[in-house]
Design a protein around this ligand. Sequence first.
Ligand SMILES: [Mg+2]
Length: 480
Amino acid sequence: MAVFPIGIPVNPFRKFGCFLTFRTEVVMASTGNIRSLCSHEVIGFDMDHTLVRYKLPAIRTLVQKCLSTSLIESNKAPSSILDDARALDFLVMKGVVCDKRRGNLLKLSADSNIIMAYHGSRSLSESEITTEYGSGVRIDCVKADLCAGQRSEHYFFFDNYFDSPAIPILAALIDWTDAKLEHKWEPGAKERDYSDIWTPLIEAFNTTFRCGAFKEGTGGFFPTLQKDPEPYVRQVTPGARRWLAELRRQGSQLFVLTSSHSDFAHFLLDYSYGPSWREDFAVVGVNARKPGFFAEPPSSRPFFSLNDHFEKVECSVSDLKQNMVFAQGNCAGLNEFFARLTGKESPKVAYFGDSIRSDVLCLNKGNWDPVAIVEELFVESPSNIPPRVHVSNSVQNGNGCSSPPLAKRAKMEEKSINGTDVDADFDTLRSSAWGSFFAHDGGADTLCANMLQERAYACVPCLPEVAASHENSSSGEHTG
Ligand SMILES: [Mg+2]
């Protein structure tokens, strides 16, 4: 049975502390608890931004370029939209919520209060937020819909590094729309509904990422990566590869579950891990359509077998077998397969993924333990953790949060394998507009922090650092 180098916090309200069990002095204090508590027979991985890491500044620019091109070609944006958006890049942050009707971008607190807001590129003061929304208003439906695995009708939660690059494009479109108004927009003005900006932006996403675009070479995103993935995609580190092999050696069954389509998933994993990557995983699921994979009734989510990446034949759970690549499906059915695979009635399943919406919040429906990949942990530590777990050479970043360094081994491997310094990504992970991902003014938790605290089994910045921590704790070394 695998020893899983992720800490379960003794106190369930200190889940972020479990990430810091990877680091320096805390590793020494809690390794025993980690080893005795964290055993999973089955361990799964999302692909994008989890198994496969992207070079964030480059991927942001590429997504913005693709979306802008689509909007311009459909006459839904001015030709200056990309330059306009790039000037607003400081607005990008995961966890930002768009109020589609009012054209506002919101940062929500743990109890769903609005703690910051922008209308397009204009920052709203506290009094302007009150004028716009009323006093103490709570946008409860955002969290409720996320936890139910469904989209909110009037709000959009920017969840990942593929959709959050659209935030400055959206802000620029709102500014562009306002510039055409006869009267200047003011807080509390309810005469205009901005929802019609949203539809072309969603269409631009569909053009860029739709099924078939990889094979056809359309939409800009896939053809660019197909031509030369190196500027955009990181290759796996030897440490991460060794860690996967170690998990298998200790008896865990590993699997991949991604919402990406089969052709793109194979292309990306071939590039990042080399063609032998399939040997690491007992089963691979593509086009999983998360979070519906977890949240929707199994009867509405059949499995499909694949023929040359094409989803051809619906198959039953009993058809699932080792070394298979399947498409779509549902969590209950996959759990049945895992029981067969392990010979255990209810094997423990952990799942690594970066999307709060798709990889964390709904996994309780399948009784999986979600391990959240939160790259923001590279640049800040949550403020609600006790001082003793802060590493000694942390740097205060002005948000009341400290900046822990990467584990040295993981960082050196990233540099040598990928030819770029991971520090280059750090600016992409910080937003000068919104401040901390986890907190507001170094104090109250954000909605994202709250959801991770409530639902994530653990939070880690990336797999290479988990691997480095595992090797450090195994060898008795302690970096810092
Ligand atoms: Mg992902």
